[in-house]
Design a protein around this ligand. Structure first.
Ligand SMILES: Cc1cc2nc3c(=O)[nH]c(=O)nc-3n(C[C@H](O)[C@H](O)[C@H](O)COP(=O)(O)OP(=O)(O)OC[C@H]3O[C@@H](n4cnc5c(N)ncnc54)[C@H](O)[C@@H]3O)c2cc1C
Length: 396
């Protein structure tokens, strides 16, 4: 077993770990990323890329690469039973990017991998899993399993846990989490976009009596539908289906969308179908000595509202200069202030996601009519652009 040395070891080459590593490499920090998966990125979980993330991407010229492939969402339309209640536009949500960009998560990760490879060839080690770490006063020793099954070891001045919601780094540090599980179950699927061409740059949120259907335009003429589904096994089974959509389940989701919104996606065009449950978690601590957590390892929020990955990228943008300074001085960074800022941002995003979920739950006809009236009023007020800023994460 050989022991390499590096300034920063990032454990987890998901979207957040890759972005942090690319930022560090661009600033001349020697960085390694250990990523458990051995193949190329797959799956299409997160699609929304918000204006503050695009601003942060500019530091490594990733904004232009993302925008060259992304679809731009310029409005959000609230509907109920297919009828429009009001429209929000993102034109005042940002001076630089007055829209939300959408791109499949695996493609965003590929672009991040390319960017890291350009800045520091060979920094990403795929098929490499962290299994143990030992903290010392002036370094951290990491041990893992490499692509050939043998042991690998690395001595890093700092270690970052970007290893997702079930973080091994967090567990190895003995850091607990607090949070809650929600009862809601959702199914999402990507279809050829069946919406009217005028709605092709709009996010649509239908809050009818049977539960929400949200949809977002995607590159290559597709649309992502996300529906709250009854607790009858549909979502759990669909999740097991992974990326090869089961035709019967694609028909079922298309039927739900059609029944609730009046627009029928063609189930034969379904290219992805997956179900998910929702939970919220926050790590009890974010930094211990020379080890720091970012992204879902530090905070997990409901995907409804589409802000989790963006929160993680903004963690990375906040943490990168602190790590650059810590590597230069050799002194562990001001993690408490970083933790305070980023966990506060996560709490805010989690509250917003909770409000989104509450707005989309099934209601009886009387209360549905009340919800419709409320949304019509709120969306017609001159202050409605403030809501667009909330959804575009201008507060983050
Ligand atoms: C259905 C769904 C839809 C979503 N939609 C959106 C959206 O539209 N917008 C948004 O902002 N967010 C969205 N999210 C949330 C988003 O997907 C996550 O917040 C984001 O992926 C977190 O990124 P991460 O890099 O912190 O963690 P992850 O993406 O989980 O990446 C962690 C990486 O660490 C690796 N790893 C784990 N353990 C080890 C180990 N021991 N050694 C080495 N590597 C390890 C894993 O293989 C993985 O690649 C969605 C989530 C879901 C489930």
């Amino acid at each position: 077993m050989t022991t390499e040395r590096t300034d920063v070891l990032v454990v987890g080459g998901g979207p957040v770990g890759l972005f942090l590593a690319a930022l560090l490499a661009a600033r001349g920090v020697d960085v390694r990323v250990w990523e458990r998966r051995s193949g190329p990125p797959t799956g299409s979980r997160a699609i929304g890329i918000h204006p503050p993330s695009l601003d942060a991407f500019a530091a490594i010229e990733l904004d232009t690469r993302v925008l060259a492939e992304a679809t731009l969402v310029r409005t959000g339309v609230a509907r109920s039973r297919g009828r429009t209640l009001g429209t929000l536009t993102f034109d005042r949500a940002s001076d630089t990017h007055p829209y939300v960009a959408t791109l499949d998560q695996h493609r965003t990760e590929e672009l991040l991998r390319d960017r890291l490879e350009q800045a520091d060839p060979g920094a990403l080690r795929t098929g490499t899993t962290l299994t143990a770490l030992t903290r010392h006063r002036d370094h951290v020793d990491a041990v893992g399993t490499g692509p050939d099954g043998g042991s690998v070891a690395l001595r890093a001045a700092f270690l970052v846990g970007a290893d997702g919601a079930r973080s091994v780094v967090r567990d190895l540090l003995g850091i607990g989490t607090s949070g809650r599980d929600y009862p809601d179950r959702y199914v999402m699927g990507d279809f050829a976009d069946p919406e009217d061409p005028a709605a092709r740059t709009a996010a649509l949120v239908d809050v009818g009596p049977d539960g929400v259907v949200e949809s977002f335009p995607l590159p290559r003429g597709r649309r992502r539908y996300v529906a709250l589904v009854p607790d009858d096994g549909f979502s759990g089974s669909a999740a097991a289906g992974g990326t090869a959509p089961d035709p019967a389940r694609a028909r079922r989701l298309a039927g739900i969308v059609s029944d609730r919104t009046g627009v029928a996606p063609d189930p034969t065009t379904c290219s992805m179908l997956s179900g998910f449950r929702v939970r919220r978690r926050a790590a009890d601590r974010v930094g211990v000595g020379r080890v720091v957590l970012v992204g879902d390892a530090a905070h997990e929020i409901s995907p409804i509202g589409g802000q989790g990955m963006n929160l993680g990228w903004l963690d990375a943008a906040d943490l990168a200069p602190l790590l650059v300074g810590a590597v230069r001085t050799g002194v562990a960074g001001p993690w408490p202030a970083y933790a305070e800022r980023r966990q506060a941002a996560a709490r805010r995003a989690a509250r917003q996601a909770e409000a989104n979920m509450a707005l989309g739950r099934p209601l009886d006809p009387v209360r549905t009519a009340g919800r419709e009236a409320l949304l019509r009023t709120v969306l017609s007020l001159p202050t409605a652009h403030g809501l667009a800023r909330l959804y575009a994460m201008r507060w983050a």
